[in-house]
Design a protein around this ligand. Structure first.
Ligand SMILES: [Zn+2]
Ligand SMILES: [Zn+2]
Length: 504
């Protein structure tokens, strides 16, 4: 396993983590002993169109026990509605406030343009001390997602690697339910129980995807510093009468009322998602859409441009090969020339490792494994966009799949390599060598699928590898490697390498 990890890290040079942009405003000031036990308002102008304010405060003099408490005032007076926007005392140095979420201690609500004030309280500065403070202020507009400067937290890891997570779950903020503490009644299930369960499974990341709402984000902001090894990605399950789709990484409200004048069809909805720089994935496309599961199946009433979606939930819940599996739907899009990433989602609705009903899932089953530049929201979402993904159907901690296709022979493009999600050009008559590296799948087989049809079945060797060769006909194809056990059960679902297809 260690050798495999080293190999994989060697294949993918470490790249940089998205940096914070420079603050829009920097506020500075000085304090002296005369400021002890006083409050100071530090004004700043919020431009029209601002949807989020994020502030980071630092100051000198802590070694002399200088202390500055922080609060925020909107344009109104202290007692007016939207005037008082929160007080964190000395407990936080960075906080964010938007219409839809805020750091604990602060109040979400309308961001009015005009004169806001950073409120400083000075509970202690010695008579002869001086201190200087700096407040970096960022303004965000409607179509920014959660940028690094106002995201849930800093990246949890800045190293490239394979990270394991669950991209689909529900809590009290939508239809997650569980027994109350006394075990006597079913109640909306508190979000923290879901997060505790996911952390116990050892997941590297989770997306909490409530139906059409983002009311969970403030609570996620509160929990993220405590769950310091598990990244929390804000998401919502866009839930329509014509299907469900998970939207990741967008903070603003998004109109989900398909068929209304503002969102006539899925194409209008995905155009809105693109404007907000989100990632959208069609969920459980082949579930029924009837009285047993209302709106569940992907059943558009008007033609859909599938290029508006970046992923498909190929596996939802526990059985990847029941009749409702999304894999054939995904393959149909691939055959139509759409490069779209296959992912998984547990779809837990009860905050625990149990399952509510035949459709509801267990947290981490399946687990989506993403090769990302960093354990950060952007890192994981970019890894999904790139197709650097496989799905571990049983949600283990250690199963691995890496696929490298190499153009063999001499001449143009010889030796070029592609991994899952990448494209490779290979001229007609030339060989492609496909090398498969695995972990924890002893005795299983590597199954190659070309354009939806089985190409080969190769036993995994004792050194955890398998390989095959394929002769190119120069035409456009996709080639995927899955791992199945001795009974034929799907264990790992790979993403395709795109042969002779144009880059997106
Ligand atoms: Zn759903
Ligand atoms: Zn769901």
């Amino acid at each position: 396993m260690r050798a495999l990890t080293a190999l994989l890290l060697a294949c993918f040079a470490a790249s940089t983590v998205a940096a914070e942009r420079a603050p829009d405003v920097v506020l500075r000031g000085e304090l002296t002993g005369k400021d002890n036990h006083t409050y100071r308002e530090v004004p700043f102008e919020v431009p029209a169109g601002t949807k989020r304010i994020t502030i980071d405060v630092s100051y000198t003099g802590r070694e002399q026990r200088t202390t500055i408490d922080l609060g925020l005032l909107g344009p109104g007076g202290f007692a007016e509605q939207d005037g008082f926007r929160g007080w964190s005392g000395g407990s936080k140095h960075r906080f964010t406030v938007s219409a839809t979420d805020a750091t604990a201690s602060f109040l979400p609500g309308e961001i009015w343009p005009g004169r806001w004030r950073l409120l400083l309280g000075i509970p202690n500065i010695r008579p002869t001390s001086t201190a200087s403070f700096t407040a970096d202020v960022w303004f965000s507009n409607d179509d920014e997602g959660f940028g690094p400067e106002h995201g849930l937290s800093a990246p949890l890891k800045t190293t490239a690697g394979w990270y394991r997570g669950d991209l689909h779950m529900h809590t009290a903020h939508s239809d997650g339910g569980c027994l109350n503490a006394s075990g006597t009644a079913k109640v909306p299930c508190p979000l923290f129980l879901t997060v505790v369960s996911a952390a116990k499974r050892g997941l590297d990341f989770i997306a909490i995807s409530e139906h059409n709402t983002m009311s969970q984000v403030s609570e996620m902001r509160e929990l993220q510093p405590y769950f310091d090894t598990m990244l929390m990605i804000p998401a919502r399950e866009i839930t329509t009468f014509e299907g469900h789709a998970n939207l990741f990484g967008v903070s603003r409200p998004l109109d989900f009322r398909l068929g209304s004048p503002s969102v006539p069809d899925w194409n209008a909805l995905t155009a809105d998602v693109a404007k907000a720089h989100g990632l959208i994935s069609i969920n459980h496309p082949r579930r029924p859409n009837d009285e047993t599961c209302m709106g569940c199946g992907f059943t558009p009433s008007k033609p859909v441009n599938m290029h508006g979606f970046q992923a498909i939930e190929a596996i939802n819940g526990r059985d990847p090969e029941r009749p409702e599996t999304g894999i054939p739907f995904w393959e149909k899009q691939l055959n139509a020339g759409v490069r779209i990433t296959g992912i998984g989602g547990g779809d837990s609705h009860d905050g625990s490792d149990g399952a509510r009903d035949e459709f509801a899932g267990v947290i981490g089953v399946p687990t989506t494994v993403v090769r990302a530049d960093a354990l950060s929201m952007d890192g994981i979402l970019d890894g999904i966009r790139a197709g650097h993904v496989f799905v571990d159907t049983e949600g283990t901690k250690d199963r691995m799949l890496e696929v490298t296709a190499t153009a063999a022979g001499a001449g143009a493009n010889a030796g070029a390599e592609a991994h899952m999600g990448d494209a490779l050009r290979v001229a007609k008559g030339r060989q492609v060598h496909v090398a498969v590296t695995t972990a924890a799948v002893t005795g299983m087989r590597a199954i190659a699928t070309l354009d939806g049809k089985r190409l080969s079945s190769t036993p995994i060797a004792a050194d955890n590898t398998a390989s095959l060769d394929w002769k190119s006909d120069g035409k456009s194809h996709w080639l995927r490697i899955d791992i199945r056990d001795a009974t034929g059960k799907l264990i790992l679902l790979g993403n395709p390498i795109y042969l002779n297809q144009p880059s997106p």
